[in-house]
Design a binder for this molecule. Sequence first.
Ligand SMILES: [Zn+2]
Length: 194
Amino acid sequence: MSGDRRKDSAAEGSSSRSITMTTAPADLHHHQQQPSAAPLSRYESQKKRDWNTFGQYLKNQTPPVALSQCNCNHVLDFLRYLDQFGKTKVHLHGCVFFGQPDPPAPCTCPLRQAWGSLDALIGRLRAAYEEHGGSPETNPFGNGAIRVYLREVKECQAKARGIPYKKKKKKRNNQLIKPTTTTDQDSKVLKQSS
Ligand SMILES: [Zn+2]
């Protein structure tokens, strides 16, 4: 009578290691059968999922945006749109915890997509775009405006969260982000750069 244990409530390590969206794709019921589909690597399957998510996003615009018309502004809008699904606390300037990596109490500041997640996402989408026939010259994901945006997000988040992103020019490594909370994204970044 006393034992009210629920083993399954906290499933370890959620399987979604990426940006998740609440909108379920409509084609889930179709139950496509894929004959002899080789299992994709984690990167490849993630890339595929991201690509589908982005395609769905374009379709949901009013009016829908064709991939051929997609430019860097659509990509920037997409990144901002994803923030609502973010899980990274980014303190506002007025917050007493602004610049504190490990705040002692909760606050009402918004959750955002971590810079590292967005950066990795753009890399995957950039590759996917060209795999789907897009030309490298017009690749909206490779546009300079995206780089500028990502740099701004990075700097802003570094300040707000008290995480120094030091630039080391000698070695090319991205391991400067000390994950205060270990997230999948962070550990992935670490792995990729080693
Ligand atoms: Zn705050």
